[in-house]
Design a protein around this ligand. Structure first.
Ligand code: NAP
Ligand code: GCO
Length: 256
């Protein structure tokens, strides 16, 4: 039930980081991989990285906030590979700025990539999924889908919205055998969190004290849960946010 042979998976923003790890895991289960990045250099680098991992991934340049280019990419995937069976809305940015110092432009930019883009990409693939009678959409949520913290107001608003978009897609399209779920990573070692993981950064120790597993997550920790949500094993799981956080959301934190 975890076999993805014959399925086409499109993972957005997956030249590296969490998207790359999830795509690699889906490929190991037999899925054909398509990914996009915002510029050619990164897309080329991504193709080379997948090749190194023995994966023949198709990489395209596409800004997920731009509906015409998203629609064009989905059309190309449909013409060449028969359509998108699994969509992982992974592309995302964060801007860590105290809210009162944040410009509306910066706030909008985060909402655009982290919330509007998953709407645009899901809207582009759902008609084909309805036609083919099945589909999986996995939205990469966050601890910030549930919790707030200083300087990440836009990101938390986006990821909170993404949780509800996930539930709404599940509600609106479940009858067409489309399952839409969220994957909520805890704090994971990727370029996005690199600024928080320098040895002298107080956040480093803080997160370890807030995580029962007493460690940062790795992208490998996310692969099994992603395969589950992408496969027949989760055909009756819909509108669920699967947190992969080492227990952060269950824990008050180690007393100092
Ligand atoms: P990352 O290392 O910053 O990678 C993000 C990827 O998204 C990059 O490839 C980036 O491409 C791409 N991207 C950004 N804007 C894009 C756009 N407009 N169009 C297409 N691609 C775009 O981030 P990550 O840590 O792997 O995170 C991936 C996802 O997991 C994000 O949604 C993030 O919010 C979420 N997440 C991360 C953590 C964590 O601890 N790392 C935890 C929970 C959730 P460029 O390099 O060209 O910008
Ligand atoms: C931050 C981090 C987090 C992680 C992740 C947690 O500044 O708090 O970047 O937002 O990226 O989303 O689940």
């Amino acid at each position: 039930m975890f076999d993805l042979t014959g399925k086409t998976a499109w993972i957005t923003g997956a030249s590296y980081g969490i998207g790359f790890a999830i795509a690699s895991g889906l490929a190991k289960q037999g899925a054909r991989i398509v990914f996009n990045d915002i510029n050619q250099e990164l897309a080329d680098k991504g193709v080379a990285s997948y090749k190194e991992a023995g994966i023949d991934a198709a990489g395209y340049v596409c800004d997920v906030t731009d509906e015409p280019s998203v629609q064009a990419l989905v059309q190309k995937i449909t013409q060449t590979l028969g359509g998108v069976d699994i969509l992982v809305n992974n592309a995302g940015i964060i801007k860590r700025i105290p809210m009162v110092d944040m410009s509306p432009e910066d706030f909008r930019k985060v909402i655009d990539v982290d919330l509007n883009a998953p709407f645009i990409c899901s809207k582009a693939v759902i008609p084909g999924m309805i036609e083919r009678g099945h589909g999986k959409i996995i939205n990469i949520c966050s601890m910030m889908s549930e919790l707030g913290r200083e300087t990440v107001s836009a990101y938390a608003a986006a990821k909170g919205g993404l949780k509800m978009l996930t539930k709404n897609i599940a509600s609106e399209y479940g009858e067409f055998n489309i399952q839409c779920n969220g994957l909520g990573p805890g704090y994971i070692e990727t370029p996005q969190t690199a600024p928080l993981r320098t040895p002298e950064h107080p956040f480093n120790k803080f997160i370890i004290s807030k995580t029962p597993a007493a460690r940062w997550g790795t992208t490998d920790d996310l692969v099994g849960p992603a395969v589950f949500l992408a496969s027949d094993a989760s055909n009756f799981v819909n509108g669920h946010i699967l947190y992969v956080d080492g227990g952060i959301l269950a824990y008050i934190g180690k007393q100092p």
